[in-house]
Write a protein that binds this ligand. Structure first.
Ligand SMILES: Cc1ncc(COP(=O)(O)O)c(C=O)c1O
Length: 477
């Protein structure tokens, strides 16, 4: 193959190139595509670009992936009637999700990209006991729909739990169970956003939230979050000038920085939200993953006038696979969310809700949580200790799953990622967490998936790659 590819939209050109070969039957059904490495070498592009193109082709059902074997041409699906231009209209956004999921998909020895907890640290065997318990207690559980708003027994338990531990009272009719926080963010966006509305987010923030808001046609602006929280003067200026529909915030062990907003700023934030009539969407999945003392109570607990929507995922330390999260907010907003939820999936799987209920409120859970905090703290310390050998800057969070690291400015993070993937190390490039796609010298390193030995070895390898790149001008920005 002797094709010279230029321009910034390389992955789309590779997408078109592969598609053309499939359409012309040069590459036939079930034939293996060139490996990502080979394709990258032949086209003289980096591997991530090829990966991104392959990922998009996979999403469009043109190719399929077999674990550890590579990518193959898919057979034609007669029911597939949308034409390419319709599909690419959606795919044309530079979705961060596409890029991050293609990074996560690479099987690496040193997995620092996915902010998920090592399944070895999750109580898998105990969970299976709860499966049996749920079938004994509710023999008809699989033959029954959940109510759209969520199982009443679970909402009652959560209402009590929030009151005792989160410092707010949400009656059960102001609670909605969703299939993960991801769905909750989507439902909120669906209910509140119209095309060209402005959404304010932290900079940096959870990249999939940026994607969701973008998909609803929002204009996204960011406010910096740091160790001291936000610059409230700047925040007020934005609220006054840009009139955002809502402010999406992850104020407790923010993903990716690990920063936490103080109790005082939480209170001031609610006052500003009321003054400028801007809804606050508080996403709070890391609250319980603290290393020393518990973080301040949620912003929601300061709200008296119904300006805050509270989203509480339990994926991070109970089980990401159960897909259980809760939303708290007032009516009439809650009624709109319930309608939206009913149109999306008619209610979260009842069996998942019951399993979560019995496991989460068990004594075992509390023991597990204590152990998990210690295990994660130790892993964080290993990664942090390795970083002390460098001149890089990083945040040292008191909770969460990530370190947010600033590399020497001259290094191209894209090229670094490519070189790291070659060495079987993955991380998230910081710019995908930025609505402006800037923050080019930052990376997110998750310490929650790899074990201590992998963390130690992987970090040493990562430093060697950075050193090599730093001394090689071809790799600089
Ligand atoms: C800030 C934030 N919100 C939401 C989610 C998604 O959570 P869930 O698995 O409950 O959909 C994540 C997952 O990484 C996250 O980091």
């Amino acid at each position: 193959m002797h094709v010279k590819i230029k321009s910034s939209e390389l992955y789309k050109q590779i997408y078109d190139l592969v598609l053309a070969k499939i359409d012309r039957k040069e590459w036939k059904e079930h034939e293996k595509l060139p490996s990502v490495r080979r394709m990258a070498e032949e086209l003289k592009v980096n591997r991530l670009t090829v990966l991104r193109a392959y990922q998009l082709l996979k999403e469009h059902k043109k190719i399929y992936a077999k674990e550890k074997s590579g990518y193959f041409v898919k057979s034609e699906d007669p029911s597939f009637s949308l034409n390419e231009s319709q599909l690419l209209e959606i795919a044309d956004y530079p979705y961060s999700h596409l890029l991050s999921s293609s990074i996560h998909q690479v099987a690496v020895d040193y997995q620092f990209s996915q902010a998920i907890i090592d399944p070895n640290l999750l109580p898998n065997s105990y969970l299976s006991e709860y499966v049996k318990k749920v079938f004994t207690l509710y023999p008809k559980v699989l033959g029954t729909y959940s109510t759209v708003q969520g199982d009443e027994e679970l909402r009652t338990a959560l209402s009590d739990y929030f009151y005792k531990t989160h410092h707010f009272f949400a009656p059960i009719d102001e609670l909605l169970i969703t299939s993960g926080a991801q769905q909750a963010i989507d439902l909120v966006a669906k209910v509140l956003l119209r095309a060209n509305d402005t959404v304010l987010v932290e900079r940096p923030t959870y990249s999939s939230a940026i994607d969701i808001f973008r998909q609803y046609g929002a204009r996204i602006i960011g406010i910096e979050i740091g160790q001291g929280g936000y610059d409230l003067n700047q925040l007020e200026h934005i609220l006054k000038k840009d009139k955002p529909r809502f402010f999406y915030t992850n104020p407790t062990f923010n993903n990716p920085t690990g920063c936490t907003i103080s109790a005082l700023q939480r209170k001031q934030l609610v006052e500003l939200a009321e003054k400028y009539q801007c809804v606050i969407v508080e996403d709070d999945p890391f609250r319980d993953i603290y290393f020393d003392k518990a973080p301040p109570f949620p912003i929601y607990s300061y709200d008296t006038d119904g300006y805050v929507i509270y989203i509480r995922s339990f994926s991070k330390y109970v089980s990401p696979g159960l897909r259980v999260a809760a939303v708290a907010c007032r009516h009439p907003l809650m009624s709109h969310l319930i309608t939206s939820k009913s149109l999306a999936d008619n209610g979260t799987a009842l069996i998942n809700q019951k399993m979560f209920l019995h496991y989460f409120f068990s004594e075992r859970m509390q023991i597990h949580l204590e152990k998990l905090r210690t295990a994660l703290f130790l892993r964080k310390e290993v990664m942090r200790n390795e970083l002390t050998a460098t001149s890089w800057k990083w945040t040292d969070p008191s909770g969460g799953l990530n370190l947010w690291v600033e590399l020497p400015e001259q290094i191209s993070v894209e090229k670094l990622l490519d070189a790291c993937l070659e060495q079987s190390i993955s991380f998230v490039p910081g710019y995908i967490c930025d609505p402006d796609q800037a923050l080019r010298s930052w990376i997110r390193l998750s310490f929650s998936y790899a074990n201590e030995i992998q963390l130690q070895t992987g970090m040493k390898k990562l430093m060697t790659v950075v050193e090599t790149i730093n001394s090689d001008s071809a790799y600089r920005q």
